[in-house]
Design a protein around this ligand. Structure first.
Ligand code: MLT
Length: 323
C-alpha cells in the first residue's frame, strides 16, 4: 500500500476525517464467511457478492474462515482495518455467541458497524438416506431409544446447526453425541456418505440433496410449509409443536468504518438483494432476501440486540456453554 494510502487510513482510523465514499472502494473487497466453503453461509455470500461487485465497481472476494462456530472468522473481521475493504457476512450465531462463549474475542454490538440484514433462512431436520425412520416422530423415537449410538452433526458451538440441535435435544429431553465440523458444507458431505446420522441445517445447503433423494428430510422449522419443499411438514405439524428456528444473516464492517463507506455498502447490498438472479436462486433454496426496510444499519443493529436478549435465557436454561 502506498504511503499516501497509509496516511489516509491512519487519518480515517484516527477518526480525523471520514473516508470520502468517492475514493471507496480502493481495491478488492473481502467478505469473510466464518464457516467452510460450500455451506449455507458461503452460498448466500457468493450469491450476493456478484451483484455487489458490479454495483461497487470492485472485485468482491469471499474468504472462508471456519472454526469455533463462526466466532474465529467474526473475531478476525472485528480486528480488521475499518476501511470498508473487509466485511463479515454472519448469521444468528452473532446473537448466540455472547452467551455461549464467556471469553468471546469481540462484542457483536460494539465491535462492528452493521450494514444490513440479508436473508432469513429456514432450517430442516435431515438424516442420512438409509436412516431407520420415515417420519419426525419415528426419528424422535429412534433417537431416544438409541441415544448412545446416534450421531448429530453441527458446525461447532455457536453455529445455527448447533442451536437447532440444542433446541431439538431440549425438546426431546435427550442428550446426543455431536460431531462438529468447520461448516455444514462438509457435514452434509458426510451425511450423504452415511458417516453421520442426522442434523438440522439450512435449506440453502440441503434443498438440492433433499430433492435428489441423497438425504432424508423430516420437517422444516418454519411456521408454514415452504414452496421449495411443499411435501415437507413443519415441525409443528410433525410432532414438535412450537419448534421454530430461522437463521437470519447480516452484513457487517469493522467498528470505525466511515459512514459514507457504510452507506455505499448498504446501497450495494440493497441492489444485490433485488437482483433477479439472487431472488430466483434464494427462492429455489427455500429463502427470500430481506425486505429493503430491513437492509439498513439500524434494522440489523436492533435485530441483533433483540436476538442476543432472546437467546440468552434459552441458552442459559439449556446450560450449553463453549467455555
Ligand atoms: C455454514 O455456513 O456452514 C452454516 O451456517 C454452519 C451453521 O451455522 O450451522
Amino acid at each position: 500500500m502506498r504511503l499516501s494510502n497509509w496516511l489516509a487510513a491512519l487519518i480515517v482510523a484516527a477518526g480525523i476525517a471520514p473516508a470520502s465514499a468517492e475514493d471507496y472502494p480502493s481495491g478488492p473487497i473481502t467478505i469473510v464467511v466464518p464457516f467452510s466453503a460450500g455451506g449455507p453461509t458461503d452460498t448466500v455470500t457468493r450469491l450476493v457478492a456478484e451483484p455487489m461487485s458490479k454495483e461497487l465497481g470492485a472485485q468482491v472476494v469471499v474468504q472462508n474462515v471456519g472454526g469455533a462456530g463462526g466466532t474465529l472468522g467474526a473475531g478476525q473481521v472485528a480486528k480488521a482495518e475499518p476501511d470498508g475493504q473487509t466485511l463479515l457476512l454472519h448469521h444468528i450465531g452473532m446473537s448466540t455467541a455472547p452467551t455461549l462463549y464467556r471469553n468471546l474475542a469481540f462484542k457483536p454490538l460494539e465491535d462492528f458497524e452493521p450494514i444490513g440484514l440479508v436473508t432469513e433462512v429456514p432450517m430442516v431436520i435431515v438424516a442420512r438416506k438409509d436412516f431407520p425412520a420415515n417420519t419426525l416422530q419415528e426419528l424422535i423415537d429412534y433417537v431416544k431409544a438409541n441415544k448412545d449410538k446416534v450421531t448429530y452433526a453441527n458446525a461447532g458451538i455457536g453455529a445455527a446447526s448447533h442451536l437447532c440441535g440444542m433446541l431439538f435435544m431440549e425438546a426431546i429431553g435427550t442428550e446426543l453425541t455431536t460431531v462438529p465440523y468447520q461448516g455444514t458444507g462438509p457435514a452434509l458431505t458426510d451425511l450423504v456418505g452415511g458417516q453421520v446420522d442426522f442434523m438440522c441445517d439450512q435449506t440453502t445447503n440441503t434443498t438440492g440433496q433433499i430433492k435428489g433423494g441423497e438425504i432424508k428430510a423430516y420437517a422444516v422449522t418454519t411456521p408454514e410449509r415452504l414452496d421449495a419443499l411443499p411435501d415437507l411438514p413443519t415441525a409443528n405439524e410433525a410432532g414438535l409443536p412450537g419448534f421454530e428456528v430461522a437463521v437470519w444473516h447480516g452484513l457487517y464492517a469493522p467498528k470505525g468504518t466511515p459512514a459514507p463507506v457504510i452507506e455505499k455498502l448498504q446501497k450495494a447490498l440493497q441492489v444485490a438483494l433485488k437482483d433477479q438472479t439472487v431472488v430466483k436462486r434464494f427462492a429455489e433454496l427455500g429463502t427470500t432476501p430481506s425486505p429493503e426496510q430491513d437492509v439498513t444499519p439500524k434494522a440489523l443493529a436492533d435485530h441483533l440486540e433483540a436476538q442476543i436478549n432472546l437467546w440468552k435465557p434459552i441458552i442459559e436454561k439449556a446450560g450449553v456453554y463453549a467455555q
